[in-house]
Design a protein around this ligand. Structure first.
Ligand code: SF4
Length: 374
C-alpha cells in the first residue's frame, strides 16, 4: 500500500487520466498558479493533480466514478485510493452589477482558498526572450476566462460572496509584475484594504520584491497577513535559462527582501515557491531551504508541472523519488524551525494543495504525538 505522501508525489508528478472529464468541478487551463489541474481530496487532504498535461495522458493513474457514485483512483487497473472532489463553488453562479462573472475575478483553489491574479499581465511576459518559460498567465486572458485588471471593489464583492456561500477560509492574491518599481505592492495593498473592509478573510499577497521595503509595512497595514516572493529556481544558471527576465533580480536580492519582510509579517508568514524539477539538484534546493528557514521564511517546494502551450510543455516533471528526497528532510527542517504550514495564516503554504509537503509535516506531527503518548 502506498503512503499518502508517496501517492500524492506520484499523482502530482505523473498526473492522472479522467474516465469522465466532467468529474468534479471544472479544472483550470492556463493562468497563474496550478493550471491544467483538478482538485482532488484524498484521505482528508485536498491536492491539485495535473490532468490536462502531456504526462497526464500517459499516466498509469485513472480516476473513475463507479455507478454507486463512489470515486476512486486506479493505478494500472488496481484501486489505490478513494477520492472525492470539492463542490463547484456557489459564488461561480454570480456576476457583478456590470456583468462580469465572479469566476473571472477569482477562483476556488484547493478546498477553501479564494485565489486571484490581480493583474493578469506581466512586464516579463511580453517577449519570448524574457518570459518565465513555465508560466501561462496570458493563456486564460486570451481565452476570455478572466479579465486583465481586477478592481479592489470587484475583489471585495467576490471575497464577501465566497466566504458567505462557500466558506472560503483564506485568500491568495498574486499578480503579474507591472513595470512600476513597487512591483504591484500598491495595487495589492489597495485590494487588501477593500477586501478587509468587506469581509474578515486572511490574505496572502505575492509579488516580486518591491524596490522600497517600506512597502512591506504598508501592505501589512492594509490587511495582508502573509507575503510570498517566489524564487521559483535556485541556481543562477537555471534561473537564467528558465526565467531570463525574472533572473535579472538576483537570488541575493530576494534574500535581502526576505530578511526585511520577516520582521514585518512575522516568522513563517513570509514564503517562497520553489519549483523542483527545473534543473536544481536535491542538495541545491535543501541548502537554499536551510538558509530560508534560518531567516524565518517558509520554502514551499512543489513539483514542476509542464503546462500545455508554454515553452516548457515538453520538459519532464521530476520523479516522485526526487520529490521525496526533498520533502522528507524539508518537513523535518520546518518542524525543527517552528515554521509549519499550520502556523501560516494565509496563502499557498497554508493551503499546501500543490505539494505533498504538508502531508510530510502531518506525518512528523502524528509520530511526535504517538511517541509522547503515555
Ligand atoms: S498551494 Fe497556492 S497555487 Fe496551489 S492550490 Fe493552493 S493556493 Fe492555489
Amino acid at each position: 500500500m502506498l503512503s499518502t505522501e508517496t501517492l500524492i508525489n506520484e499523482l502530482q508528478t505523473k498526473g492522472a487520466r479522467l474516465a469522465d472529464p466532467r468529474i468534479g468541478h471544472a479544472s483550470r487551463r492556463g493562468g497563474a498558479g496550478p493550471s491544467d489541474h483538478k482538485a482532488l481530496t484524498i484521505e482528508g487532504s485536498t491536492v491539485m493533480v495535473p490532468v490536462h498535461t502531456a504526462p497526464a495522458f500517459e499516466s498509469p493513474f485513472l480516476i473513475e466514478t463507479a455507478p454507486s457514485g463512489r470515486s476512486r483512483i486506479l493505478r494500472d487497473g488496481v484501486e489505490v485510493a478513494e477520492v472525492s472532489f470539492p463542490e463547484r463553488p456557489r459564488f461561480y453562479h454570480l456576476s457583478t452589477a456590470d456583468g462580469v462573472p465572479y469566476s473571472k475575478i477569482a477562483v476556488l483553489h484547493g478546498r477553501d482558498v479564494l485565489a486571484t491574479t490581480v493583474l493578469q499581465s506581466c512586464v516579463r511576459y511580453q517577449s519570448r526572450t524574457k518570459t518565465c518559460q513555465f508560466c501561462a498567465i496570458g493563456q486564460s486572458l486570451a481565452a476570455g476566462r478572466t479579465i486583465e485588471r481586477k478592481t479592489p471593489g470587484q475583489l471585495a464583492e467576490v471575497a464577501k460572496a465566497a466566504v458567505a456561500l462557500d466558506g472560503v477560509r483564506h485568500m491568495v492574491m498574486t499578480t503579474g509584475t507591472p513595470a512600476t518599481p513597487d512591483r504591484g505592492a500598491l495595487m495589492l495593498a489597495e485590494s487588501a484594504a477593500a477586501i478587509k473592509a468587506a469581509v474578515d478573510l486572511p490574505i496572502e499577497a505575492q509579488s516580486e520584491p518591491p524596490d522600497d521595503y517600506r512597502w512591506f509595512g504598508r501592505m501589512r497595514d492594509a490587511g495582508i497577513e502573509s507575503y510570498g516572493m517566489h524564487l521559483e529556481a535556485i541556481s543562477e544558471s537555471v534561473r537564467k535559462r528558465i526565467m531570463p527576465g525574472k533572473a535579472q533580480v538576483s537570488v541575493e536580492t530576494y534574500y535581502e527582501a526576505f530578511a526585511a519582510a520577516v520582521p514585518v509579517f512575522g516568522q513563517g508568514q513570509v514564503s517562497t515557491y520553489i519549483l523542483a524539477g527545473l534543473g536544481d539538484g536535491v542538495a541545491d534546493i535543501l541548502e537554499a531551504c536551510e538558509r530560508l528557514v534560518g531567516l524565518g521564511v517558509y520554502p514551499f517546494v512543489v513539483p514542476f508541472v509542464p503546462i500545455s502551450g508554454t515553452p516548457l510543455e515538453s520538459h519532464p516533471p521530476p520523479s516522485a523519488d526526487f520529490m521525496h528526497e526533498i520533502l522528507a528532510p524539508l518537513a523535518q527542517m520546518l518542524r525543527d524551525g517552528g515554521l509549519t504550514s499550520e502556523v501560516v495564516k494565509a496563502g499557498c503554504a497554508k493551503c499546501g494543495a500543490c505539494s505533498a509537503l504538508s502531508r510530510y509535516e502531518k506525518r512528523l506531527a502524528d509520530q511526535a504525538s504517538a511517541d509522547s503518548a503515555p
